[in-house]
Ligand binder design. Structure first.
Ligand code: MG
Length: 263
């Protein structure tokens, strides 16, 4: 198989919580030896990229912060810049607000005399009710885009458990305001096109690897590239059988990825 760029999910694909999966380091050695580029793309907007870079290097994965890490936050920023939006209400963690504040005027409290041009929601692990309230007030009183960094309903943690994610927060707001968020992260296929262009590879040379069907696998299907679903995270074989879109490949974990790439 001639792949030159692999777009990896992280949670449930490379590790779960604090536990690195078996065979990950060997897989990245294989990629290095075979000159296959890789990107870690996460929908998780609750941490900045430096958090993931430090986590990966602590695990012993050789990587570069600028080259190998992208998240739904970067996709959202470039979308808003494209639309020439300057002032936004942000519902999200402090690290997310700080990141947006480098590019936009960020409003965090509803004021009817302070209009915004978009309401942006990220995965907030620091959520307070006031933020949901204020986001809903802006959505009800202004006809502005409602943007979500990601649409995941839940985020996997250790012991097979989950915590509520951005998609669920946006559902709460939709039920209150009647407005649905436009989702920026996976499965929006633009990120795959963007990365293929960035790395100078053809789409048939790209493989998307992840554990979640409606984000990781669907983004690859939407972008018309090959996909690999690993069974180390959220999805079981039964989930795959019940899902309308099938991944190109299925493996128990990325430990077996070098064998697949060798074929
Ligand atoms: Mg995952």
């Amino acid at each position: 198989m001639n792949k030159k760029l692999i777009i990896f999910d992280m949670d449930g694909t490379i590790y779960l919580g604090k536990n690195l999966f078996d065979g990950v380091l060997e897989t990245f050695d294989y990629l290095k030896k075979n000159h296959i580029d890789f990107v870690f793309f996460t929908n998780n907007s609750s941490h900045d990229l430096d958090f993931y870079y430090k986590k990966m290097t602590a695990f012993g994965v050789e990587c570069d912060l600028k080259k190998n890490f992208y998240s739904s936050t970067e996709v959202t920023i470039s979308y808003l810049l494209d639309k020439n939006i300057k002032k936004i209400f942000v519902l999200g963690n402090k690290s997310l607000r700080d990141k947006f504040a480098k590019y936009f005027e960020v409003v965090t409290t509803y004021d009817k005399n302070v209009p915004v041009e978009a309401v942006v929601a990220g995965f907030s692990t620091e959520l307070v009710y006031q933020e949901l309230r204020d986001a809903s007030l802006y959505l009800q009183t202004l006809d502005v885009p409602f943007i979500a960094t990601n649409g995941d309903y839940r985020c996997p943690i250790e012991d097979g458990l989950y915590i509520p994610d951005c998609g669920g927060m946006c559902e709460w707001l939709r039920l209150c305001t009647g407005k649905s968020a436009t989702v920026m992260g996976k499965p929006n296929p633009e990120i795959v096109d963007f990365l293929a262009h960035q790395f100078g590879v053809k789409k048939e040379e790209v493989l998307v690897v992840g554990d979640r069907l409606y984000t990781d696998i669907l983004v690859g299907i939407n972008a018309k590239v090959d996909t690999l679903c690993v069974l180390s995270g959220e999805s079981s074989m039964e989930d795959i059988n019940n899902y309308p879109h099938k991944p190109t490949f299925i493996l128990d974990s990325i430990k077996d990825l070098p064998d697949l790439l060798n074929k």
